[in-house]
Structure formats: C-alpha cells, structure tokens
Design a protein around this ligand. Sequence first.
Ligand code: 6GU
Length: 239
Amino acid sequence: MRFDIVTLFPGIFPGYLQQSILSKAIERGIVSVHLHDLRDWTHDKHRSVDDRPYGGGPGMVIRVEPVVECVEEIQARGDEPGRLILLSPQGKRLDQRLVSDLATASRLVLICGRYEGFDQRVIDILQPEEISIGDYVLNGGEVAAMVIIDSVLRLIPGVLGDERSSQEDSFSQQHGMLECAQYTRPRVYRGREVPPILLTGDHERIARWRQEDSYRRTRAKRRDLLPDPERPPEDDSTT
Ligand code: 6GU
C-alpha cells in the first residue's frame, strides 16, 4: 500500500513513521510513505503558500495553485492516481467502517488541511473525499493523516505480527463492541485476582466469558454502540 502525504509540515512525520510496527512494514515493502512539501510547488521566490482572504477577515488562506499542481503531479506518478482524501474538520467522520473501506485501496493520497482553510477551488477542482477525525478543531490535518495511516495499516495483512489481534480490536468485532478485559501475570496483584475462569483452560467457557465481558463493558461505557442496550447481540459465531 502506498501513502502520499501533501503537507506544509513534512518534518512532523518521520519520528512517527520510524515507530516499530510501521518501520517494519516499510522495511518489508508492505507499505511505502511519500512526503510532499507543498512549498516545493510554489512559484515565487518567497515560496508563499498562503495569502489574505478576499473579502477581508482574519487569518490566511492556502492558495489554490500549489495544492492543485502538487496533487496532479504526484497522482500522475506511480501506477494509479489512488484515492484522494482531504483531511478537514468539515469532512465525513472517520470510524472503523470507513477505516476498513480505506484499507481496501492500494494507494491513498492524503492532503493535510490547515484550519484556516484552502481556497475553495482546491476542493472544486480536485474533488477529494473530505474526512474528519472527530468534532473538535486541530491546527492542521497532519495528526489526522497519522491517525488514518495508523488505523488503516493495522488492517493490512502482514503489518501486525498476528492477524487475529486486529480482528479482535474494539469496534472490529462481530457486533462492533469494545474489547474484553485482558490479563497477564502475576495472577494476584495487590489483592486483585485474575478472573478464575481464565485459568480453567476451558476454551468454550472462556470465549463465552469474553463475549459477555465485551457486552458488559460496552453497555457501561459506550451504550451508543449497541443495537439494543437491554439485550446482548445474538451470538452467531461458529466457535
Ligand atoms: Cl482532519 N483537520 C483539522 N484541522 N481539524 C480536525 C480534523 C481534521 N478532524 C477533526 N478536527
């Protein structure tokens, strides 16, 4: 999978990309990430990417030419134009369903917005999908782009050590419930014991306990995720 990131702040990304799981995926050639500095697509000697808004008012607006020319040029490189995404608080809100859908693409081109905004013609000309990571305001789309890369990559086969761990994530489970509680050694710590059922070796009962624990936790913390908060979802698993 190939990511292209169009940003005014390419320096934000390397530290994050060198983090273990990501750097291994990059080393193994499963993923490539290409950073593009918008300033490289400016024409004037001051390399200015923004200007004052027509009509007046505070703040600056990102100019249309560098963004459009940068995106057109990088989309023309590589095997396919890919899926074009503009990170913006006005976009469709990211959830696990959208993450799974993005993970089916073989190339994502991510344009990091700035809160002050782009000239509207960027959107009119390029017609990107606009995606937001939640109802709050960030200074720019860079952190949101990292959220997309992180959440999408964990669904790409070979990126995580064990494929099961992404399937068992909260929201990725059968009914989009939260993940159950997990324990490791020691069995007792400050008088708190691991639930004894987890020590029985009875896989069927353990699976049932985990299912119930997921439901309990989801009901307590995120009732909004349950189709019917009064009833656990039907167990239609085959195990
Ligand atoms: Cl994608 N960008 C900005 N600037 N703010 C946001 C966002 C994106 N998602 C939530 N808030």
